[in-house]
Design a protein around this ligand. Structure first.
Ligand code: C2E
Ligand code: MG
Ligand code: MG
Length: 617
């Protein structure tokens, strides 16, 4: 028996409420071959797609997911028995997902919050790690980079962990580097002895000034100073006294040249930049003040020294628009100041430049002269008054210039000395003179001049030895003439060279005695074989009062020391008789003969000796 009852919507909802969970129930019906339609239930009728899904899951044991008009839901479709075979019915239970998940919402929220908090914690921890490790390292890295690029760099020190200690060590190192750089810069731009700026700094300053005052007349005066006879102070009183003197002079210059830029270029050379701003009037004043301030007496180690200075001045941009020209011109002016008698201020003039150019030309010509064999030796006899015959010849250089004719050694030897060309020239003269002398009688010596430049260069002994060996001349037939200027270089090394010459067996004569830096102590320090009394004494012998006494004193002194004497520049017979009376050993001069070519020496030694001898007698 079958009972059937129609369920309306309300009754259907009543059934739904019987369930423990909020189910929605509905009944679907279909005729065979037709799609299901909803016949009862509280949910909106499913669409065709949903109906197909329901058909597919009809009778299944598991729920399936269904899209309904109220949203996604879990669904279960169960077949219902029908009265007719042509009809099929199904019970559809629908459980909306929102309703199913509702109890889990708070839990879901809690999980989300926990996840968010976790994420925040991770972000914070990362940030802290970065703050504690990465940031200090980055700052240190930045500081290292700045230091490497030459900037001042300091890494912040925070806390007292390893990184802080590393930063502190870095800062210490950076400070040390900075200090060392300061010291190096100071050394590079300052003179150690006086603490004044050095040449490099001076050049920088002058260059900078010339650049920013380009085209401005009388913007600056450049003073070149050097101490007169500083070398003599160094040599006679020693380097420590010389150094103290330089420091004292630097102090004086600093005070007098206040507001100017003062630098020491080296040795006893100082430069001052006086900024004029277009007004050249203060130039003379400062020059005079500098001379006055430097020349006050100094007391060093118990020695009273009166320094003096010569000053050369060049003015920008009248005398030069660049550092080199200005310095060279101030230097030329300094040269002139020295020539003018030292202790004076001289200004640059274009004529000085022309002279310097002529000198440069001479230097070039001289180089060529050596290669082209334009140099020649002339020989001047020295008459031996005791034996009444020619005792020796002095070899004297002559330069036969292709355009300028015969050039005097007085003109080209200083150039040769300045350029060092005197070394090869002197060596050539030594070889040539020795070779020539081998053709003369045994008793006739050859005297060869040796410049102080040549004297102080190593290798003089070798040159002499080679000349003697190559010619076969006996060493005692060679007389080396040196001047007192060799003593300016430092007496210890000078005496060493002199003794070296003596060991070779050659004779040594002191030339031009009485000029320059004559000191009787030189005579005491080395046993010269001969003293050659300078021409200036002989020229004035009969005219200047006291000259006879001076020459007599020299001859007597030399005699007492066992040295011979030669009077140079004897031109008159009266001079000759006076010298003979005084006991002079030999004479040299135009009275007897001018310097002659080698070929004429033979004539003089052969035929004319008696004739010349008669003139002298
Ligand atoms: P010095 O060594 O004193 O040579 C003597 C100079 O006096 C020579 O000048 C000679 O010509 C000159 N003289 C000789 N008798 C008289 C005279 O009666 N009256 C006058 N007014 N002068 C006289 P010179 O040949 O012009 O040489 C000048 C200087 O050049 C020499 O002076 C010497 O210092 C230097 N010199 C010459 N040849 C050489 C050389 O081969 N090497 C070096 N280093 N210097 C040399
Ligand atoms: Mg001489
Ligand atoms: Mg001489």
């Amino acid at each position: 028996m079958v009972f059937a009852a129609d369920l309306n919507s309300r009754e259907m909802r009543g059934l739904e409420r019987l369930s423990a969970i909020p189910l929605k129930a509905g009944v679907l019906m279909r005729s065979r071959g037709k799609p299901y339609v909803k016949v009862a239930g509280s949910f909106a009728p499913p669409n065709a797609e949903a109906m197909n899904l329901i058909s597919a899951h009809l009778g299944g044991a598991r729920s399936f997911s269904l899209d309904t008009a109220d949203g996604r839901a879990f669904a279960l479709a169960k077949p219902l028995p029908t009265l007719s075979e042509n009809e099929q019915a199904a019970l559809l239970l629908v459980y909306p997902k929102s309703a199913a998940m509702a109890p889990y919402r708070p839990m879901q929220l809690a999980i989300s919050l926990i996840a968010l908090a976790g994420l925040c914690a991770v972000v914070y921890a990362t940030w802290r790690t970065s703050a504690l490790i990465t940031k200090p390292i980055a700052r240190l890295d930045e500081a290292v980079r700045r230091l490497a690029s030459g900037e001042r760099a300091e890494a912040p020190v925070e806390g007292d962990d390893e990184l802080a200690r590393l930063a502190a060590s870095f800062n210490h190192m950076a400070n040390e580097i900075e200090e060392r750089e300061k010291r190096i810069t100071h050394l590079a731009f300052n003179d150690v002895l006086t603490g004044l700026p050095n040449r490099a700094m001076f050049q920088q300053q002058l260059d900078h000034h010339l650049r920013i005052n380009e085209g401005v007349a009388s913007s600056l005066a450049l003073y070149c100073l050097d101490l007169d006879h500083f070398k003599a102070v160094n040599d006679t009183l020693g380097h420590p006294v010389g150094d103290t003197m330089l420091v004292a002079v630097a102090e004086r210059l600093k005070v007098t040249a206040k507001g100017c830029f003062l630098a020491r270029l080296g040795g006893d050379e100082f430069v001052i930049l006086q900024f004029l701003a277009g007004d050249p009037r203060p130039i003379g004043e400062l020059g005079r003040a500098l001379i006055a301030t430097v020349s006050k007496p100094l007391e060093i180690d118990g020695h009273r020294i009166v320094p003096s200075t010569s000053i050369g001045v060049a003015i920008a941009h009248e005398d030069g628009v660049d550092v080199d020209t200005l310095l060279r011109n101030a230097d030329l002016a300094l040269y002139r100041a020295k020539e003018a008698g030292r202790g004076v201020v001289a200004f640059f003039e274009e004529a000085l430049n022309e002279r310097a150019q002529a000198r440069r030309q001479l230097e070039n010509d001289l180089r060529r002269a050596i290669e082209q064999g334009e140099l020649e030796l002339y020989y001047q006899p020295l008459f031996d008054l005791g034996r009444n015959r020619i005792g020796s010849f002095e070899a004297l250089l002559r330069w036969n210039h292709p355009e300028r004719g015969m050039i005097s050694p007085a003109d080209f030897i200083p150039v040769a000395e300045d350029t060092g060309l005197i070394v090869p020239i002197g060596a050539w003269a030594m070889r040539e003179a020795c070779r020539e002398a081998t053709h003369w009688p045994e008793h006739v010596r050859i005297a060869v001049n040796v410049s102080s430049v040549q004297f102080h260069r190593p290798g003089l002994n070798e040159v002499i030895l080679q000349a003697l060996a190559a010619s076969g001349l006996a060493p005692n037939r060679l007389e080396v003439e040196i001047t007192e200027s060799i003593f300016l270089e430092g007496s210890e090394s000078t005496l060493k060279v002199l003794h070296g010459l003596r060991e070779l067996g050659v004779r040594v004569a002191l030339d031009d005695f009485g000029t320059g830096y004559s000191s009787l102590s030189y005579l005491q320090s080395f046993p010269f074989d001969k003293i050659k009394i300078d021409r200036s004494f002989i020229q004035n012998l009969l005219t200047r009062t006291g000259a006879v006494a001076v020459v007599r004193a020299i001859i007597d002194l030399a005699g007492a020391l066992g040295m011979e004497t030669t009077a140079e520049g004897v031109e008159e017979t009266e001079q000759l008789s006076e010298l003979r009376n005084q006991g002079c050993s030999s004479v040299q001069g135009f009275l007897f003969s001018r310097p002659v070519q080698a070929a004429d020496v033979h004539v003089m030694l052969g035929d004319r000796t008696d004739q010349v001898g008669r003139r002298v007698a």
